[in-house]
Design a protein around this ligand. Structure first.
Ligand SMILES: C[S@@+](CC[C@H](N)C(=O)[O-])C[C@H]1O[C@@H](n2cnc3c(N)ncnc32)[C@H](O)[C@@H]1O
Length: 211
């Protein structure tokens, strides 16, 4: 799946997606709490990457963070900007953030990394790390599983990730896991997980090596 395919797939169902998932009422309470614990009141810009309808961006703003939403789907960005006029939204891709190095104090990627081909994940996490300020916080929501595997997501092909494997990828990119949530699947839901992480202090590591 490349970005254009994902963009076209979500654009074709944007109204239905907004109706079904476009408010925080549809977000599990434990995920909302996790997001709040790690991304509220950040000292600078917080990006909601793959913000979709923008409800979580607005939620972050209500929690005292200077949040902005970015998505590749114009229909989502138009809806978000109309529904939450005091919040900033822009069209763009998380694969190439138009921000200065170390300028972002928090990133939310809630079910927006799920469509990335597994071989592209490390590059995107490296881009997150480039953008992230020292001690910045990251929250990622995703589908959990025993192995990295594609599945037939309702909108467009997605990939499930074992939480340990995703945590390892985060560590390699320069993020340290600080909290994890896992929800087992049931008749109507796939297993889900969320990980909160902070930007690893690379300078501290460099100091230890020099000592
Ligand atoms: C499952 S939806 C989640 C949307 C929103 N975070 C939510 O919780 O409802 C995945 C979102 O990621 C966006 N997305 C996928 N790839 C992207 C990319 N490379 N850059 C920005 N957004 C992307 C899609 O357009 C879609 O809005």
């Amino acid at each position: 799946m490349n970005v254009e395919q994902v963009q076209r797939a979500y654009a074709s169902v944007a109204d239905l997606y907004i109706e079904l998932f476009g408010t925080t009422g549809q977000v599990p309470a434990d995920d909302l709490a996790l997001i709040g614990r790690h991304l509220s009141n950040r000292p600078g810009r917080v990006l909601d990457l793959g913000c979709g309808p923008g409800h979580l961006t607005a939620h972050l703003r209500s929690l005292g963070s200077d949040a902005a939403g970015i998505d590749v789907v114009p229909e989502f960005i138009a809806h978000a900007a109309t529904t939450h006029p005091t919040v900033e939204f822009r069209l763009g891709s998380m694969t190439n953030l138009d921000v200065a190095d170390h300028s972002v104090h928090g990133i939310l990627a809630y079910y927006s990394l799920i469509h990335l081909p597994p071989q592209d994940l490390d590059g995107v996490l490296a881009e997150f790390r480039r953008a992230m300020a020292p001690s910045g916080a990251l929250v990622v929501g995703f589908f959990d599983g025993d192995e990295v595997a594609a599945f037939d997501h309702k909108v467009v092909t997605a990939y499930r990730w074992p939480a340990d494997e995703l945590s390892e990828r985060l560590a390699r990119a320069g993020f340290t896991e600080v909290e994890r949530l896992r929800r087992p699947g049931d008749d109507t839901h796939r297993p889900q997980a969320a990980i909160a992480a902070t930007a690893t202090d690379l300078r501290a590591g460099a100091g230890e090596r020099r000592a």
